[in-house]
Design a protein around this ligand. Structure first.
Ligand SMILES: [Zn+2]
Length: 174
């Protein structure tokens, strides 16, 4: 193997094994690390990583304030980095780990990337698009099926958000 991007529709990367469920906590730890970095940067503490073949190939944290970009959610940035690493917009053979249930934009982007597995931590009461507010990934209209698992290290993921918003309400920065 070389470090060069793997190109083309017949590339073997697509058949990489997905992370087994006993590793979910560990990979969520990587996403939590990104979320903590977001908190340090005074952004909403949501973090995401894309895992392929046992390695993190994309990382992201919420950067909407810094980039003045409404689409700069953790998942979008992690998927962009992963696609660059693979040299292909399709994230087949990849799993996305994110600390918060994705919004409609990010769940939609994951579907468009043909992502086979999305694992998240806390439920997203306001904008959760997989379970809480709508069931975007389970709509029979799409011909792509994306498996999703929630509640992984949910308390830690939610605690970061709770702490952030309570500080905001009290007028404190991170
Ligand atoms: Zn989002």
């Amino acid at each position: 193997m070389t470090d060069a991007p793997i190109l083309g529709p017949d590339s073997p990367y697509r058949n990489a094994p997905l992370p087994p469920s006993e590793c979910f906590d560990e990979w969520m730890g990587e996403a939590l690390r990104e979320a903590t970095d977001a908190q340090t940067a005074d952004e909403v503490p949501v973090g995401a990583v894309v895992v392929h073949d046992g390695k993190v190939i994309g990382r992201g944290r919420d950067r909407r304030v810094e980039l003045r970009d409404p689409t700069a959610h953790a998942e979008v940035l992690a998927m962009r980095e992963a696609a660059l690493a693979l040299g292909d917009w399709r994230l087949e053979g990849c799993a996305l780990f994110v600390t918060l249930e994705p919004c409609p934009m990010c769940a939609g982007a994951a579907l468009m990337a043909r992502l086979p597995l999305l694992v998240y931590g806390a439920n997203n009461d306001k904008f959760g698009a997989l379970i809480t507010r709508t069931h975007l990934a389970d709509t029979p209209a799409w011909n792509h099926r994306m498996a999703h698992v929630g509640g992984v290290r949910a308390e830690e993921c939610a605690a970061l958000l709770k702490d952030y918003f309570s500080r905001k309400r009290r007028g404190l920065s991170a």
